[in-house]
Design a protein around this ligand. Sequence first.
Ligand code: UD1
Ligand code: CA
Length: 478
Amino acid sequence: MTDPRLAVIVLAAGQGTRMKSSRAKVLHPLAGVPLIGHVLATARELSAAHIVTVVRHERDAVATAILDLLPEAIVVDQDEVPGTGRAVELGLAALPVDFEGDVVVVSGDVPLLDAGTLGDLIAAHRAESAAVTVLSAVVDDATGYGRIVRDASGSVLRIVEQEDAGADEREILEINSGTYVFAAGALRSGLPRIDVANAQGEKYLTDMIELLRAAGSVVEAVAAPDSWMVEGVNDRVQLARTAARLNAMIVRGWQLAGVTVQDPATTWIDIRSTLAEDVELLPGTHIAGATTVARGARIGPQTTLTDCEVGEDATVSRSDATLAVIGAGASVGPFAYLRPGTELGDKGKIGTFVETKNAKIGAGSKVPHLSYVGDTTVGEGSNIGAGTITANYDGVNKHATVVGSHVRTGSHNVFVAPVRIGDGAYTGAGTVVRKDVPAGALAINVAPQRNMPGWVAQNRAGTAAAVAADAAGSEATD
Ligand code: UD1
Ligand code: CA
């Protein structure tokens, strides 16, 4: 049920210079979702009546991603006035003029803050009838953060930014997480009065604390249960640390749900993937994107599955697959490369050093060794010989190969597409299949073999081969 008295403003207009990236910071992926996607998901969990996002840097890419992730979000552009205070002022202006509830302010670059912690913050804020409640955190190293300045009795006086703090204030280890709950009315009256007279020449949202206190309003700061929850991603070191922490939580969640994870440290599971009970993940496995793995399947070691669907009891070993469907009881790898559009039927096999693309391989059919199979349909119960290549590309267009059911193709065949092999047909080893093969036929086009006795003794005299041939009783002919 939506809370008509709750709005969320997500700040995402900052430059993110420390990422040193051509990509906007909030669009860097974390567990397979852009950073800001985690924040938007949390915002949605709060059931707020309005979710406003403020953008500026890389505006179009960020706005597109936001609307993709959360179509009901309101996107607001920040103008040339810099600072978190200006961002919130513009976000507030996008809310209905008569909105009189609470405004939660969060940063688009703080992905691990969960809805439960925010819910507690909102509850504390409402219980105190506060004008603002800041989520703080106690950290070991407060460098770079705004500090919470309290008086002797513990009441919050103000927040001072690193750049503006005196030596004593820099000793404070309680920091501002950049997450707040404000009474909408307090923001409306206070924000226009904040100036940019500070070390960074920005309109600081944090100046609201001192201003509200001076007006006699209730000002609170509540510490987060753990400081990692409020850690922002400002550079790639923090990005990796945040990703590892989130992954550890995701892996643990699946372990408790019945998934065996042999080596949590080298197993990565994206947040949109799902795993059934009794799935087994071996070391070095990445379950990426929106992959689903059914009960009893065994994945890894050293395997990446991106947006795949894996059936019950299937096995995938040392392989890479994207947008592939792997049937129940099927086996893939070791060392297979399944590209988009691969569909392997139940109990099928795509074996060692096999690459597939847009290939539908029917139930029980096998491509066991050293092959490329593209733009191909294979029926049921067929066996594709070792070293088979579908020549699907004529340099301009792609063409299809259609193999029927219960076909046996020989080793080292080339299927020059477009070509069709009928049900139950055979092809000989080394066949270059240029014409359709009718059902039940054997296709061969290999040239007759000619043996030249004594050729080695004559042409390679004195070599180890000649000595071995001589010992085997081979005679030179003239
Ligand atoms: C801010 C806080 C600081 C706090 C820290 C927590 C202020 C003045 N300071 O500092 O007290 O400890 O966050 O991480 O608020 N943003 C905009 N528009 C802007 C500037 C920033 O939307 O003009 C957004 C950023 O995209 C980001 C968030 O606001 O999501 C915080 O901005 P950032 O530059 O990281 O603020 P800090 O200087 O770290
Ligand atoms: Ca920050």
